[in-house]
Design a protein around this ligand. Structure first.
Ligand code: SF4
Ligand code: SF4
Length: 377
């Protein structure tokens, strides 16, 4: 059996409710003292993708982060809140993200430190399958313990973002683009995420699934109420339980498919020890998965190009585009130009990574599936 994964009902973001549910979720898997020792510097790594308000369900909710800060402080640890949001890792951008997501308030109320260090540290990873070394944020390398705080959301490229995908945020700023360019196939990108997981090795992952996001996640979908918190030292098992909880096919999620290929999970909830509230008591229905599908590694280049052109959802700007250029700056293959203050994508160059869709502050990029893809899906 893998896990254990704790599953705890948490219907609202009201502070006392979240505090009690977080404590219960962690107590069920040994208590915070099992993961944090007095004096340790503990990085709390929420999903802080964009400067967005808690009710938009893009970032990990501040009530969850605050509850974990309190637990870490009780254990004698020094909590530091940090992430590298989409876009360049710069202080003004961090300030905007911290402020809008509610992290500034968490820090003020609890005394937790916010990370402002934008430096990079090179780490080797001899055991990595695809990556033998990588640059991560210095604030990550300085931590004695990492606690990952993912948000349950759909994801255009990976189809689901949870404990595994959340760790992509340790790659600083626009360096993330290089990974998209280097691993354009979702199978390999998902496998690469496992290398980040095995390098960073968070002691604990605690997922905010109180209100997740379905549809066109991770930023342009809709808030979706689930009413759960999940916690585990095993981020892969946690993702299997969370994805199954919302009715997703685990084998359609690229990082989990890679984990299955590596023998790290069977992908079945039945093979995971779940503690806490009964899995069957959560009745989640109507969770919409993203309408994206990418060419597979196994295809020839020619077939892959055909599939990409005729079946895979492609990005396109809509009338909400204000010509801000964020998508241009974050496209790993320079497939976007501004024409008369509106983003235009060169779909022959585009590798369908959906970074533009993810990072557009105006929700001005739609993912449009070609007619053949719609017909066959
Ligand atoms: S599509 Fe979005 S990110 Fe790109 S220029 Fe338009 S508003 Fe900015
Ligand atoms: S246009 Fe958008 S989806 Fe295509 S490669 Fe650039 S960022 Fe990725």
């Amino acid at each position: 059996m893998k896990g254990p994964v704790s599953l705890v009902r948490c219907p609202t973001y009201e502070d006392d409710t979240v505090q009690a549910a977080v404590r219960r979720a962690v107590d069920l898997i040994g208590g915070i003292g099992r993961y944090v020792q007095p004096g340790q510097r503990v990085l709390l790594k929420p999903n802080l993708l964009l400067a967005s308000a808690p009710e938009e369900a893009i970032c990990t909710h501040p009530a969850v982060v605050k509850a974990v800060v309190r637990l870490v402080q009780e254990a004698g640890g020094q909590p530091v809140i940090g992430d590298s949001p989409g876009g360049p890792l710069r202080k003004p951008w961090l300030r905007a993200v911290y402020h809008r997501s509610g992290m500034t308030q968490v820090a003020e109320e609890t005394g937790a430190e916010l990370n402002w260090d934008c430096g990079e540290t090179h780490l080797s990873h001899p055991a990595g399958h695809l990556i033998k070394a990588m640059d991560v944020g210095t604030y990550v390398a300085r931590a004695d313990v990492v606690i990952s705080l993912p948000k349950l959301k759909t994801h255009g490229l990976m189809r689901f973002t949870g404990a595994i995908k959340n760790l992509f945020g340790v790659i600083p700023g626009t360096a993330k683009m290089g990974y998209h360019a280097r691993f354009p196939q979702p199978e390999r990108f998902g496998d690469m995420l496992l290398d980040i997981l095995t390098l960073i090795r968070p002691a604990l992952s605690l997922m905010d699934a109180v209100v997740g996001m379905d549809g066109q996640g991770p930023s342009a979908g809709d808030p979706f109420s689930i009413g759960a918190l999940l916690a585990s030292a095993d981020g892969i098992a946690l993702d299997v339980v969370a994805a199954t909880l919302v009715g997703m096919d685990v084998s359609s999620i690229y990082p989990l498919r890679a984990a299955m290929a590596r023998g790290l999970t069977t992908g079945r909830v039945a093979d995971i020890e779940i503690v806490g509230d009964a899995f069957g008591d959560f009745h989640v229905s109507g969770f919409r998965v993203p309408d994206t599908q990418a060419p597979s590694d196994g295809m020839t280049a020619f077939l892959g190009r055909l599939v990409k052109r005729w079946m895979v959802a492609a990005p396109g700007s809509n009338e909400r585009c204000i010509g801000c250029g964020v998508c241009v700056q974050n496209c790993p293959v320079n497939a976007i130009t501004l024409v008369e203050k509106r983003a235009r994508m060169d779909l022959d160059i585009c590798i369908r990574c959906y970074c533009c869709h993810e990072l557009c502050p105006e929700r001005a990029i739609d993912l449009r599936k070609p007619w053949l893809g719609r017909l066959l899906s």
